[in-house]
Ligand binder design. Structure first.
Ligand code: ME8
Length: 519
């Protein structure tokens, strides 16, 4: 039985359409899910939309419709984004679904049974944009003296009857958890959270009475749960909690919650405390990735620089966008994108390097060798190239991807692509055609073997382009996992079956800057 791997993204607020940050997180999680599947893990991958709360209720009111109407429309755009970007999720969860209400009420009852919930009055600051309570000491002031949250969002003074969760009871256990190596990465976020918890934790207001768009508190009908209580619960709803299902037993605790840096507190303080209170295991790892900026600036409606990720995918291609985001940004840090940067990166690496390597090698095999895959005797140079490619594809890339260092892993892969291109230039198979045809065959077939490893290794990042290349090479669909990289018999099997490749179709055309950007 293969080892289970459960990965989740944050569930997105569908108070507007998806932006580049949502696309970035979905793509990164998908790369991880595909990578782990290729490694032979039994992967479950969940994403979705976080539809309750005051932010949704207010947005709907502004638009003169019900929160449910707003949620239904906008959640649809998130699902379309995922499907367009080739996100291989197993469940797209919506928090309005009945099984999610049932799971949220079940965890609430478990926390109540533990004695961790009590009724009191909340008096303090709340940011609707962040859906978060803040302590006075965390706030700053803008030029007009208005209070701002640490995220720079407005806060409002809130007074209402509320259920409270005894977060303060969990301080020691949370510190122990945060000190556990690997629980929260990157390291810088861990230090911030340790400082936050060490300062002392106040009990958390976990229900609201001033609006009703949420999950009802069991036995307290005029209260709805604080949106983060139900939102975080999505991760276990999707496995069937509170039922003792096969998925639950197999996939909980989650292997990885992938989230952005702004919501680390919710995932590494509140969520583990709720789980501890309900006597449930805590997730194995939380990773807080950085933010994607548009030419160095945060996208916002007021700056008028909000880009539809689907328009980017349409202009540049889904796999180009995926490649750019995973290659350009050191995972964990903030990164920036612009049409110029996407075009420059994809042209240099995919079109001119990998694409060109595939195209010229396969064209020469098709033309000069009638497409035949034959036995050949490898020279010292051929063996040196293959060993370099193999160590990039079998060791460096998987090692770096396992550590979520995608750009470093892709860099190692790119070095191998460059080595192949240098080898073609040095060996000049076009010149060998007349002088030494046997040697030409050995060179082209060495490259064919190298391209198979390169295409196989990069599948998580550019799934449809890698598939097209593997199809052109004639690699069987059931021989494309990472374990197959080490399998030596595939080549002999192609040779003995008399396999021939056809004329290749170019897979990585050069990109042009859209006219509006070129001027
Ligand atoms: O926070 N770059 O939803 P959300 C990269 N519903 N990532 C970004 C980003 C950017 N510019 N902007 C946002 C929520 N994100 C809650 C989550 S989970 C139980 C509930 C990330 O729609 C952000 O950090 O505001 C988060 O991980 C995700 O996008 C959804 O953000």
């Amino acid at each position: 039985m293969s080892e289970p791997f459960y990965i989740t993204t944050a569930i997105n607020y569908p108070n507007g359409r998806p932006h580049i940050g949502h696309a970035y997180e979905a793509i990164a999680a998908d790369v991880i899910a595909r990578f782990q599947r290729l490694r032979g893990r039994d992967v479950r991958f969940q994403t979705g939309t976080d539809e309750h709360g005051l932010k949704m209720a207010r947005k709907a009111e502004e638009q003169g419709r019900t929160p449910r109407e707003l949620a239904d429309e906008m959640s649809g755009y998130f699902r379309v984004m995922d499907d367009t970007l080739d996100i291989s999720y197993d469940r797209f969860i919506r928090t309005v679904e009945p099984d999610h209400h049932a799971a949220s009420q079940a965890i609430w009852r478990a926390m109540e049974a533990k004695g961790d919930l009590y009724l009191d009055r909340y008096e303090g600051w709340y940011s609707v944009r962040d859906e978060a309570y803040y302590d006075e000491s965390e706030l700053s002031e803008d030029a007009e003296g208005a209070k701002l949250s640490p995220q720079g969002t407005p806060v409002e003074w809130t007074v209402e009857e509320s259920w409270f969760f005894r977060l303060s009871n969990y301080q020691d256990r949370l510190l122990e958890l945060l000190n556990h190596p690997g629980f929260l990465e990157p390291e810088s976020r861990r230090n911030e959270m340790i400082a936050f918890v060490s300062q002392g934790l106040r009990d958390l207001s976990v229900s609201r009475t001033s609006f009703d768009w949420g999950v009802k508190v069991p036995g307290s009908d005029d209260h709805v749960m604080y949106v983060w209580v139900d939102a975080l619960t999505n991760y276990i709803t999707g496995l069937g909690y509170p039922e003792d299902t096969e998925e639950w037993r197999k996939f909980w605790p989650a292997s990885l919650h992938l989230i952005g840096k702004d919501i680390v507190r919710f995932h590494t303080v509140y969520w583990p405390a709720f789980l501890m209170s309900a006597d449930l295991p805590v997730p194995q790892k939380v990773f807080g990735h950085g933010f994607i900026l548009n030419r160095g600036q945060k996208e916002s409606k007021s700056l008028g620089n909000v880009t539809d990720p689907l328009a980017l995918a349409e202009t540049f291609g889904v796999d180009n966008l995926r490649y750019f985001l995973m290659r350009e940004v050191a995972f964990g840090q903030d990164g920036s994108y612009s049409p110029q940067a996407i075009v420059a990166r994809c042209n240099a690496e995919l079109a001119n390097s990998f694409g060109n390597l595939v195209q010229r090698t396969l064209s020469m095999i098709a033309k000069n060798m009638d497409g035949a895959i034959l036995d050949f005797e490898a020279s010292g140079e051929d063996k040196a190239l293959l060993s370099m490619v193999q160590s990039a594809c079998r060791e460096a890339l998987p090692r770096e991807f396992e550590a979520l260092s995608f750009s470093t892993g892709i860099e190692a892969w790119m070095q191998a692509v460059w080595a192949c291109n240098q080898y073609v230039d040095e060996q000049a198979p076009w010149a060998l055609r007349k002088t030494d045809p046997k040697r030409m065959e050995a060179v082209l077939l060495t490259l064919y073997v190298a391209i198979r490893d390169l295409a196989l290794a990069i599948q998580p990042v550019v799934p449809s382009k890698a598939k097209a290349v593997l199809d052109m090479l004639g690699i069987a669909e059931d021989q494309r996992t990472y374990a197959d990289l080490a399998n030596q018999s595939w080549y002999g099997a192609l040779v003995s079956s008399g396999h021939r490749i056809g004329k290749p179709e170019p897979q990585f055309p050069r990109l042009d800057l859209p006219d509006a950007e070129a001027t």
